[in-house]
Design a protein around this ligand. Sequence first.
Ligand SMILES: Cc1cc2nc3c(=O)[nH]c(=O)nc-3n(C[C@H](O)[C@H](O)[C@H](O)COP(=O)(O)OP(=O)(O)OC[C@H]3O[C@@H](n4cnc5c(N)ncnc54)[C@H](O)[C@@H]3O)c2cc1C
Length: 457
Amino acid sequence: MGEQFIQENLRTPVRYTCDVLVAGGGTAGITAALAAARNGAKTILIDRYGFLGGSMINGAGPLHSFFNLYKAFPGVEKVQVVRGIPQEIIDRMIAAGGSPGHLEQDKGGSYDSVITLIDWEIFKGVIFDMMEEAGVRVLLHVTAAGAVKNGSRVTGLIIEGKSGREAVLAHTVIDATGDGDAAAFAGAKFIKQHGTTKVGMPFGMTNVDMPRLVQFLEEHDMVNQLIRADKGGKVDDIIRLGFELKKIPLFREYMDQFGIWGPLGASLHENNYNYINGTSLSNVDATDTEALSKAEIALRKQVMTLSRMLKEHIPGFENAYLTWTPVCVGVRYTRVIDCEHDMTLEEIVNCRRFDDEVMLYGFHDCAPRIMIKNGGYYGIPYRAFLPKGVEGLLVAGRLITSVWEAHMSTRNTVSCMAQGQAVGTAAALAAKSGTSPRELDTGLLRETLKKQNVFLG
Ligand SMILES: Cc1cc2nc3c(=O)[nH]c(=O)nc-3n(C[C@H](O)[C@H](O)[C@H](O)COP(=O)(O)OP(=O)(O)OC[C@H]3O[C@@H](n4cnc5c(N)ncnc54)[C@H](O)[C@@H]3O)c2cc1C
């Protein structure tokens, strides 16, 4: 039987109008919405979940990275490359007792010299406070399900939620869905890059005897990343812990079978190894419902098996139990939207700077194998967020870079947050001046960002 179709005749109510509509309240979307609203735009932020933060609190652990890779290059100065709203979020988290701030790595400094941890539950409250203070209207449990267009210009999105199917009209739409859903609905060109990487599902275990675990791992020369710091407890100061589980043959056999790596992890509270990242599955198209469903089920099996094996075989885990899994599979790479500029690995590792750059960044997730030259940092131009051929649209986040080796830098949380501030500010300025984001004066954008504590060198 050939493909079947039904014909729908839809009449969709326009429920909201705004200057800036941000689709996706993840890592890039939150800063985009805050920046847009603070720059005077009537801003709406939508997300399919009941919380904000996206992959940053649902798969990523340590935030990589506010700083350059100075520890890999003796004599190189430590520079805080990302500041502005991302730093403000960390300040608010510290004030709320939800973050130990920026921590230097004791071991593993050539991978990332400084990591930043946040408590996800506290973040969920803090970020709503920040949205409220900025005047962002937050619509949760709604999915962007289509685009409203006038010729080549996007004029809004169709959302679907408990109130049914509704339209939100906007001067500028920002696609921060990670998967480029809104841009794809709007007809932007894209490629899919899921084949180049893996999806994953970190998990957390409580009642782990962290000192006993680290002693065992050190005796067997298995530790590759470590930070000891005060986490307000008496018996345990291990806050970052990565190790090579494959050194144990039983684990090597299981891990090789599924491509499981690491794990790399973090522990924010005593006896709580709250983030253990290592499970993985290759070549999952997370924009395909069936593939995503299968991946969810397969990864949950990996989590169950791996946590049970840790408990049975690794000292320190004897009394531990599984206490956290993310709300869904962690997706790294799906659609990449075809923008006016596509960051290359050469530009990244050679610290390329641009006249129209709107952020700087100094971390690469493949370090020390791939490193940014001399612990430096590079710029991302405004053009990298402007999709070709569609007006009224900006994109930000893990969807902007088409080559995996380059994406391994731009996709990281702190980069996404900085990208969000840049595009949110741009969208507000475009709305204020009644221009399309493509026609925006990048000089004005850069001046505005600098005044708002964005470091542009
Ligand atoms: C397993 C894993 C581990 C990682 N570890 C690290 C790490 O340790 N450190 C690090 O810095 N980075 C890490 N990363 C990478 C990093 O977390 C992401 O690349 C980054 O957070 C992506 O941000 P984003 O804003 O582009 O997308 P996301 O944060 O994924 O945000 C997208 C948001 O859009 C929403 N959304 C999606 N589609 C729709 C729709 N149609 N309608 C409405 N809402 C929608 C989602 O709910 C989500 O909130 C990891 C990623 C994964 C998957």
